[in-house]
Design a protein around this ligand. Structure first.
Ligand SMILES: *[C@@H]1O[C@H](CO)[C@@H](O)[C@H](O)[C@H]1NC(C)=O
Length: 246
């Protein structure tokens, strides 16, 4: 029996004139990706490097996985292209100044670190909602062009759960709703005009990663999600469909 499944990866470009300031030329850009030791974060880091960015700074609380991811990417793209910094995004915002001093300027912040643990709602809200808000506000203060910064881009890995309601995974859905609402508010044209900070929220369908236990045949590949992110950076595409079958 063949069942055709259609998945939608929706990229919400939240700021006005997103295309006009988009990083058409990724060369020279330094990009922080949180939770990039594996999964979607890793795929995003890999894809940015494949498209010629200057440096990726991986933040992840899992040191073993972080070192391994950084080594793999260094072998692929060059040793000076990747830095790994052990970091728990819910606790280590104080690392920001050192990161900027040592590895700045930072042009793009990807708030990707996230967990799906329904039995730990507090930890999940801290990781999926509070941390992206705190890191975004930190980056915004640093980069806003009305205070001498050069503008920049924040990419939040939300989820389709950020705008849908289901009877399942209620805490996870709540955490992603918060993340998406924050992205929309901070990316409001009013804020964009004042600060030059663009916000992009990535809202993938269920994606096959190390943290998802679902059948890989049913869900999106993390590479597909990562690649969808760069498309609007070059073209006026805000959503595309990916058809898989099983
Ligand atoms: C890091 O992740 C691996 C699985 O990928 C896990 O086995 C290990 O316990 C994790 N380490 C820490 C310190 O969380």
């Amino acid at each position: 029996m063949a069942i055709e499944l259609k998945f939608l990866v929706c990229l919400v470009i939240l700021s006005a004139r997103a295309n006009s300031i988009i990083d058409k030329d990724l060369k020279g850009k330094n990009i922080i990706v949180t939770g990039a030791a594996r999964g979607i974060g890793y795929a995003i880091a890999d894809n940015f490097l494949a498209n010629g960015v200057n440096q990726i700074i991986i933040l992840d609380k899992n040191v073993t996985n972080g070192i391994r991811a950084a080594e793999t990417l260094k072998c692929k793209y060059g040793r000076d292209k990747v830095i790994f910094i052990p970091c728990d995004v819910t606790k280590d915002l104080h690392l920001w100044d050192d990161i900027v001093d040592e590895h700045g300027p930072i042009h793009v912040l990807v708030n990707n670190a996230g967990i799906l643990e329904e039995d730990q709602p507090r930890e999940m809200i801290l990781t999926n909602s509070v941390a992206p808000i705190e890191w975004s506000l930190k980056f915004r203060e640093y980069a806003r062009n009305d205070k001498g910064g050069s503008g920049g881009t924040i990419i939040n890995t939300a989820s389709r759960s950020g705008y849908r309601i289901t009877p399942f995974m209620v805490s996870y859905i709540s955490s992603k709703h918060a993340s998406l609402a924050f992205s929309k508010s901070l990316g409001h044209p009013y804020n964009f005009k004042r600060t030059g900070i663009r916000i992009v929220a990535l809202c993938p369908e269920l994606t096959y990663t190390a943290s998802s236990s679902l059948s890989s045949r049913l869900i999106l590949g993390q590479r597909v999600v990562a690649q969808s992110l760069l498309r609007p950076l070059f073209r006026r595409i805000i959503a595309f469909r990916w058809a898989g079958s099983m």
